[in-house]
Design a protein around this ligand. Structure first.
Ligand code: SF4
Length: 335
């Protein structure tokens, strides 16, 4: 264990037991750590807790978007590396977009995090602490805490599987923040071993899988790991996930002008996905310094959407743009 903040409830009980302490105190310790609640503890448990590594994430910079709906935070980790987290205030229901790694090993060409390369995985404690930091900001404004989580910040969450799953176990625990499982979306580039492992986790998390190309050649030009996890295998893993978890998979398609936004792309995409238990999410490209391509015009996005609607057998939506002016949109996070 790196920090006591890394421990889901049962691991916390075990840690107390190993120390010869009564595991029944785990509930109060958990509430102290994860609800920042003052609790009464026996002196021995208090002494043990005082010896454990705890930390809070400090704000380096906070950048609100022009419309005030989105706020991006640059947060400092205990080893002084930084990550970004985003607070989105969709219709009064706050959503936090969390990072799972410093940088990312997947190297998607249009993504600012991918352009940084991989530095390290975040610990469970570092993932949950992003929510606690954001909730502190909301409390100071007399606003309700975060209700929805998206693992779409810096990093590929399924490449850091166990710390992410442990963090979500802590955040959804009824003794803690009690965020609903179905209020959580995990986004992946198409990390097949991670998708199959996640299918075995008995939680109703939403899974979002990036596609972006209808042929391996097109997808591979945007997502280099397509070489390892090609389209047919990714879609088969999605099918297995849907079947095991009994829920549809979200497919993300970043629309890039002149790259994958043509009528022909729309028709081929509709054909590829028809008959599958999926929901397609169209995301006009969010610009980054390291990638020169641009998002399509609004008319092209609308036409692409309409063609999919006419030719596909599945639901399709266009993701609302939030926080683009402050680099807080999908694919724009970096530190
Ligand atoms: S899009 Fe996601 S998986 Fe791809 S490089 Fe960026 S953070 Fe990593």
């Amino acid at each position: 264990m790196n920090s006591v903040l890394d421990l889901p409830f049962t691991a916390l009980q075990e840690a107390l037991e190993i120390e010869g302490l009564n595991p029944t105190h785990a509930t109060k310790v958990f509430q102290f750590l994860h609800l920042q609640k003052s609790v009464e503890l026996p002196p021995k448990v208090r002494a043990w807790l005082a010896e454990q590594k705890q930390f809070v994430l400090n704000e380096v910079r906070s950048t609100p978007s022009g419309d005030g709906v989105t706020q991006k935070f640059l947060l400092q980790l205990p080893d002084r590396q930084d990550v970004e987290s985003v607070l989105m205030g969709f219709s009064g229901r706050h959503t936090a977009c969390l990072s799972s790694q410093v940088g990312c090993a997947m190297g998607c060409v249009f993504c600012a995090t991918g352009q940084m390369g991989f530095r390290r995985h975040l610990t469970t404690g570092e993932i949950v602490s992003q929510v606690y930091f954001i909730n502190e900001q909301l409390r100071a404004r007399n606003e309700s805490p975060v209700r929805n989580l998206v693992m779409m910040g810096m990093g590929e969450p399924l490449h850091n599987f166990q710390p992410v799953i442990d963090a979500l176990d802590i955040l959804t625990d009824t003794r803690g923040l009690c965020i609903g499982h179905s209020h959580i979306t995990i986004s992946t580039v198409g990390h097949i071993p991670g998708i199959l492992k996640l299918a075995e986790v008995p939680r109703s998390y939403h899974l979002s899988v990036s596609l972006h190309g209808v042929t391996d050649e097109e997808r591979g030009a945007l997502i280099p790991v397509n070489k390892r996890w090609p389209i047919a295998d990714v879609l088969e893993a999605c099918r297995e996930y849907s079947a095991k978890r009994d829920q549809h998979v979200l497919i993300a398609w970043t629309l890039i002008a002149g790259v994958n936004d043509s009528d022909d792309h729309a028709r081929r995409l509709a054909e590829l996905l028809s008959g599958r238990d999926i929901h397609l999410n169209l995301i006009p490209l969010n610009p980054t310094d390291g990638y020169s391509e641009q998002p399509p015009s609004e008319e092209t996005v609308a036409r692409f959407h309409e063609l999919i609607r006419c030719h596909g057998t599945f639901p399709v939506t266009v993701r609302q743009k939030r926080g683009i002016d402050v680099g807080a949109g999908c694919g724009q996070l970096a530190s």
